[in-house]
Design a protein around this ligand. Sequence first.
Ligand SMILES: NC(=O)c1ccc[n+]([C@@H]2O[C@H](COP(=O)([O-])OP(=O)(O)OC[C@H]3O[C@@H](n4cnc5c(N)ncnc54)[C@H](O)[C@@H]3O)[C@@H](O)[C@H]2O)c1
Length: 407
Amino acid sequence: MRIAVVGMGFVGLVTATVLADRGNTVTCIDINEKRIDWLKKGDLYIYEPLLRELLLKNKTRVDFSSDYSNIKGNEVAFICVPTPTVDGRIDLSYVRSAVLSAKSVDSDVIITVKSTVVPGTASALSSHIGRDIVSNPEFLREGNAIDDTIHPNRIVIGGKNSDYLEKVKRIWEFTGAPVILTTNENAELIKYGSNSFLATKISFINEIANLCENIPGTDVATVAQGMGMDHRIGKDFLRAGIGFGGSCLPKDTTALVSYAKERGVELKIIKSAIDVNNERIEHAVEMIKKELGNLNGKNVCVLGISFKEDTNDVRESKSLELINALMSMGAKIQAYDPSVKEVDGVEMVGKIEELTQCDCVVIASEWKEFETNAIYEKSKKVIDLKRVVNIQTHPTVLRIGAYNAKD
Ligand SMILES: NC(=O)c1ccc[n+]([C@@H]2O[C@H](COP(=O)([O-])OP(=O)(O)OC[C@H]3O[C@@H](n4cnc5c(N)ncnc54)[C@H](O)[C@@H]3O)[C@@H](O)[C@H]2O)c1
């Protein structure tokens, strides 16, 4: 097929690359001309495992442009533009603008919204442009995005026009994943329901972690392992830490709560999940203060800047929130991250070995390379906020979610 993908961020670029790899011809559109120039030169501003190699392999089938007129002649246009929250409410202006631009150059192209949008968005835009729009929400995880796109758990396609639904379904047939064909509104809410549930799972285990820190003999990692073996619960998203960050869970939970409130519905559980999440950094700072006392003038080495491992995405990074909190108390920060090399006001080093001796090393994300022994040469005090350290080999490390005898 000839397919257009609008918005060259994590979702758009991965979608375009995988579709090209499946033999489609893909036209990529972004209004950010700088990004398009980089992509034409093969420069990726996104770090995502396997993306560079796959894009290179399929470069003859992918075309980059900031000119919407290139959408003309494509059968389907996937809209993958941002949907940030502004003052707690979703900002749909990017989606609206992309849909209107696509429609204005080709009134036959099947406009398919991959961006996360609140229920009613596609239907309202359909009425506005006088043509059905398909909803096809995206569930990929950054850091695993290629594999998630090729092997999704499910494909959700919403809309009214059965020909359009069938066409979009055909595009994703290669995945072999079960398909839910439904209304636009259901498709839109499945995405919010999923992300809000995942966020709730994280906050849930973080509350259990708080409890474990107060009960001798408990450790949240073991409790989560035991809980997760129950298939009704599942082990994913049950890792205690400093809370959820990134470009999706914080904004999606907030947007859903305010969307529901406007309809007179209070989402108490999701609101609590957000509240618990908002307390995680204060909790982590208290742990560090217990170890170091007054933070003024203390040297702290932080491992991990991006919002999670295997990505360079720093949007809503909890690690950055932690660093800012520590700096506001007078701590001096040195940091290392495999994919993030510059952070305003923070001294970054190129590898763990280059960190200088410090009062404390804080592990703030789950990169595999943080399992090295090199970190114990930097300080006697190591605080594991993401539970990456093996307890058997390093029993003295202070771990979030575990009872600490010193408390
Ligand atoms: N990042 C994720 O892990 C993820 C996962 C699932 C769903 N989503 C959702 O997918 C959507 C896109 O997320 P993302 O992280 O890829 O965004 P992003 O911010 O990384 O990239 C969006 C791109 O869209 C471009 N853009 C903005 N307005 C445009 C317009 N009118 N026309 C063309 N291009 C335009 C921007 O220049 C940018 O390059 C969001 O709704 C997000 O919630 C994201």
